[in-house]
Design a protein around this ligand. Structure first.
Ligand code: ATP
Ligand code: MG
Length: 409
């Protein structure tokens, strides 16, 4: 693509994470190209090209499963220059967006290590902001004045945390110090944009490190406020969340599938428990109470981060299956074997056991059960009590319990 753009008479550079991660010896997640060609000119050069975006148009060029993002050089106009305050869209202050030169394009980028331009004509890297030195020193350094740059786009705070976590870099001192001054502005970022950042923070193999950095910067509260509070107060809540993040990272490292639903279930499980009055799962409720409380907890959370329904519904299923996994009445375990969420719910039970919840015995029972063959399973359920003394607990929550949890009808 770089060669073709060059041959057509345009400037074109590989930029962003593609250059940064290659220089670090890593595998880039995706490639971004910056060019002097205008969107229509890009489209004319590549067959599998789609133009996206309204205010600022980008080209997406598809190669098999890869999408390369091609952006025309853009100038960064600051308020003084344009005399106008800019339009707020998607939480970003967009001033009159105009195309710019390569050098202007470089100066609007966020961090020095993201501001390296690879030129395929002579295989050189143009370093506009001493990014090479920062790669060497393993520093995330904001280009320009950090408070100004965070105010322009507060999501840069989350990006700083993400790159520090992903690359195991340190935030340069001023870049870190300005976070505290500016973080409040994260309140005004649309929940949909925060969800995109949450995926990049927690679903790309460095979730555990992301949480550590976000908590050090005290900005995790802008994403999952209730979870943030509980992690600080309860060791078990912290252990559960940490365990979920570590297992997500391990699965990604092993190329196994991961779903945000499992993370949603883990992040909000401590919140759900508080909502239900802190009882053990078996005691606290029927599946209906979990369902109801789950809806309330999710409704609160999506004010901040727009978690799509397809994930929150699965999280609720995972929660809803926990009492069933702990009761194991009669032949129900056999039926559960065919439940599409059994695997996730069982993994979640293991996670709870590891976090110190008193469910180890149930976790062990299920581990044996899922691993054994059919006839062993028949034996296992025959040995289980037909009706344990749970009748009392299966009824709807009493008025007292409802008062306790604050979830009266
Ligand atoms: P990765 O793709 O590995 O997450 P990246 O650095 O490529 O990291 P992208 O979000 O793909 O990040 O963005 C590509 C480049 O665009 C960045 O390297 C940066 O130079 C610039 N950029 C992206 N978002 C912003 C922003 N909010 N403010 C300033 N520059 C940005
Ligand atoms: Mg990228």
């Amino acid at each position: 693509m770089l060669y073709r753009l060059n041959h057509a008479g345009f400037e074109a550079y590989l930029v962003g994470g593609g250059v940064r991660d290659l220089l670090l010896g890593g595998q880039p997640k995706d490639f971004d190209i910056a060019t002097s060609a205008k969107p229509e000119e890009i489209k004319a050069l590549f067959r599998n090209c789609r133009l996206i975006g309204r205010r600022f148009r980008l080209a997406h060029v598809r190669f098999g499963r890869e999408v390369i993002e091609v952006a025309t050089f853009r100038a960064h106009h600051d308020a003084d220059e344009s005399g106008a305050d800019g339009v707020i869209e998607n939480g970003l202050i967009l001033r009159d967006n105009v195309y710019g030169t390569r050098d202007e394009d470089a100066m609007r980028r966020d961090f020095s290590v993201n501001c390296l331009y690879y030129d395929v004509r002579d295989f050189s890297v143009i370093d506009f902001a001493e990014g090479m030195a920062d790669l060497e020193a393993r520093l995330i350094r904001m280009i320009g004045e950090p408070t100004l740059r965070y105010r322009e786009d507060p999501v840069r705070i989350l990006r700083a945390a993400r790159f520090a976590a992903k690359l195991d870099f340190t935030l340069e001192q001023e870049t870190a110090a300005a976070v505290e001054l500016c973080a409040g502005a994260l309140h005004d970022i649309p929940p949909a944009r925060l969800f995109e950042e949450v995926l990049k923070l927690f679903m790309t193999g460095h979730a555990s490190a992301s949480l550590t950095v976000l908590r050090q910067l005290d900005v995790f509260k802008y994403l999952f406020p209730a979870t943030d509070r509980l992690i600080g107060e309860h060791e078990r809540a912290a252990a559960l969340v940490e365990g979920a993040l570590r297992s997500t990272d391990e699965r990604i490292a092993q190329d196994k599938t991961v779903t945000p639903a499992f993370l949603v279930a883990a992040f909000l499980w401590p919140v759900l428990r508080v909502y239900l009055g802190g009882h053990e799962v078996r005691d606290m409720s029927t599946a209906m109470a979990i369902d109801h409380a789950g809806s309330m907890v999710i409704a609160d959370q999506i004010q901040r981060v727009a978690l799509p329904k397809r994930f929150t519904l699965v999280a609720k299923e995972i929660w809803g299956l926990q009492p069933a996994l702990e009761e194991r009445r009669g032949r129900r375990p056999l039926k559960l074997l065919n439940h599409p969420r059994l695997r996730a719910a069982y993994d979640f039970l293991l996670l709870r056991a590891q976090a110190g919840e008193p469910v180890q015995e149930h976790a062990d029972w299920w581990t044996k059960f899922v691993q054994s063959d059919d006839s062993d399973r028949q034996g296992a359920v025959a040995a289980a009590p037909k009706h344990r003394q749970r009748k009392r607990r299966r009824k709807k929550p009493s008025a007292g319990e409802r008062a306790n949890t604050g979830t009266g009808p």
